[in-house]
Ligand binder design. Structure first.
Ligand code: HEM
Ligand SMILES: *[C@@H]1O[C@H](CO)[C@@H](O)[C@H](O)[C@H]1NC(C)=O
Ligand SMILES: *[C@@H]1O[C@H](CO)[C@@H](O)[C@H](O)[C@H]1NC(C)=O
Ligand SMILES: *[C@@H]1O[C@H](CO)[C@@H](O)[C@H](O)[C@H]1NC(C)=O
Length: 507
């Protein structure tokens, strides 16, 4: 090789090396900068690292958040979560300033996108059609829909509860899933499909399949995900569920669109499917509408079922509440012509309070207000959260703080009921099950707080009212301890397979 060529080659190599170095620095600089900024926040340090730390978090997140809550009362700190990523934990005092931030600074959808692996699970979180349909179509319709929901609750309970002429052991969580899928189905897709057990079952199973898929995808190495995630059996199963739902919905959507076009006297059905068709203005395919419905089912069914099961598991070990609740429900109905309408539900203040205390004691998650930071935020106390960070609030630790809930270790089913008795409008508004605020985060917080909570609360009250009126309820085999929650990481749920005893009340 000629000397000149060699020199040329060396020169080229040198240029390439410098370019590569610049590229690497540019690519890594933001990551480095992010890490440096994050490192300025105090860290909650357990003694473990790596896999051990991960396991410690999965086993004892509850104690960790509690300890962090006491230690960092008015400041941010970070904690390594089960994925190894740090999350920034926000105290109560800094919440009001975060609440004001717009979606392009602090994002709920981006948070869900990552935690639910939306790129592969295709959960329908793009756009605002679903929250808008719930917030602007469903919630304002609740008074009008009361008789429909109530009739569906009564017929579903008749359908799914065993006769219970004598004391009967019932796996109540499973019965509740069926009842709640059917009642929600009546409102989500209308009378045709909510009578179809295959459609309902498929929706219920979709949520479980989704959770399995998320778990399986999270186990993959990040750089292999784009290639492997779509090929996982769990992901393929999700695609089958989506297709199945679309097949179910197609004829109904088509029928409705045709009827609207051709029949001037056609009455639009009063359900979410119709509102969604209406909102999407013909722009969305059946597949898209099916995806919206599945996402709605995911947000609605198991959350509502868990809360109702939690309430009944608690009721079975606090039998002293059954009498007063039953009396309140009877009186409220008697005052409203024997039916459950919006006013009857309002008057079930003790039941509302009991559900609220159950949720305080057994919240579905340890943390709430999970958000992804898109633009760096400097808070009033001078601390800075860099863009890219994940934030959360230790909602369960807050629920356990006696400064906010006096004698917080004591279960007091009528805690909120008593706080309402001043009769002041503010006290009534503040102490309802549907209320969210800085110390009460079970339904989230701020602009993305659960829009379905008004519907869920009505539905749960109707179901519980029916069960409390019509059945005596107790633990099997004279047990007196409440079934413990199943706790994994930040999740906490009632055991799905436990039983309670039910006996029809004689009239
Ligand atoms: C007891 C039952 C339920 C619980 C405990 C619950 C809880 C939650 C929570 C914690 C959030 C996140 C809020 C935040 O981070 O600020 C949420 C969001 C949401 N929930 Fe619920 N939920 C329940 C029932 C329902 C029902 C029945 C529906 C539909 C009818 C629903 C629809 C939604 C939707 C669409 C979102 C996303 C809101 C958005 O993107 O802005 N939820 N829910
Ligand atoms: C849903 O899952 C249950 C339990 O795994 C199963 O028995 C049922 O056949 C499934 N239903 C549908 C429609 O996939
Ligand atoms: C559909 O939308 C139109 C206006 O966009 C509204 O007037 C109508 O009431 C809506 N129908 C339903 C069922 O929501
Ligand atoms: C927040 O909610 C809790 C429980 O509903 C209530 O007791 C408390 O008074 C509320 N706080 C404010 C400031 O409204």
């Amino acid at each position: 090789m000629e000397l000149q060529t060699l020199a040329g080659l060396l020169h080229t190599l040198q240029t390439v090396a410098i370019a590569a170095l610049i590229f690497v620095v540019c690519a890594y600089f933001p990551i480095l900068q992010y890490r440096l900024q994050l490192a300025r926040l105090p860290v909650f340090s357990g003694s473990e690292t790596g896999e051990k730390q991960r396991q410690a978090y999965l086993d004892s997140a509850k104690d960790m958040y509690k300890e962090g809550y006491v230690k960092f009362k008015d400041s941010l700190y970070r904690i390594a979560t089960e994925t190894g990523e740090y999350s920034v934990v926000v105290p109560i005092s800094l919440l009001p300033e975060l609440r004001k931030l717009p979606d392009d600074a602090l994002s709920f959808p981006k948070h869900v996108h990552k935690t639910m692996e939306v790129k592969y699970t295709k959960l329908g979180t793009e756009g605002l059609l679903i929250p808008h349909s719930v917030k602007s179509d469903l919630t304002p319709a609740l008074t009008r829909l009361c008789p429909t929901i109530c009739a569906e609750v009564d017929s579903s309970i008749r359908k799914y509860m065993p006769p219970c002429q004598d004391w009967t052991e019932v796996c109540i969580n499973q019965r509740l899933v069926d009842v709640i899928a059917k009642v929600s189905g009546r409102i989500f897709v209308g009378p045709e499909l909510c009578e179809d057990p295959e459609y309902l079952d498929s929706g219920v199973n979709y949520t479980l399949d989704l959770m399995s898929a998320v778990q399986a995808i999270k186990k993959l190495r990040p750089w292999l995900k784009p290639f492997l995630a779509p090929r996982l059996p769990e992901t393929i199963q999700l695609r089958k569920r989506e297709q199945h739902a679309a097949e179910f919905l197609q004829p109904i959507v088509l029928e409705r669109i045709t009827a609207k076009k051709n029949d001037a006297n056609w009455q639009e059905p009063d359900d979410m499917l119709q509102w969604m068709i209406n909102r999407s203005k013909g722009a969305d395919s059946y597949e898209q509408i099916a995806q919206y419905q599945l996402t709605l089912i995911f947000a609605a069914i198991h959350t509502t079922t868990m809360t109702t099961t939690n309430t009944l598991y608690t009721l079975a070990v606090t039998p002293e509440y059954i009498g007063p609740l039953r009396e309140e429900i009877r009186n409220a109905m008697a005052e409203n012509g024997g039916v459950i309408n919006a006013r009857t539900l309002q008057q079930m203040e003790k039941l509302d309070s009991y559900m609220k205390e159950v949720t305080r004691f057994y919240p579905p998650g340890l943390v709430s207000f999970g958000r992804r930071v898109l633009k760096g935020i400097t808070l009033s106390n001078g601390q800075h959260i860099p863009a890219g960070a994940l934030i959360e609030v230790p909602s369960a630790a807050i629920y356990g703080d006696s400064a906010h809930y006096p004698d917080s270790d004591t279960f007091d089913g009528f805690r909120s009921y008593k706080l309402r008795q001043s009769g002041k409008a503010a006290d009534i508004a503040r102490n309802q099950f549907v209320t969210t605020n800085e110390t009460n985060l079970g339904f989230g917080y701020g602009r993305h707080a659960c829009p379905g909570r008004f519907f869920a609360t009505n539905e749960m009250k109707m179901i519980l009212a029916r069960l409390i009126l019509d059945y005596d309820i107790k633990m099997p085999d004279g047990q007196t301890e409440r079934y413990p929650q199943v706790e994994i990481g930040t999740q906490s749920m009632p055991h799905p397979d436990k039983t309670l005893m039910f006996k029809k009340v004689e009239v």
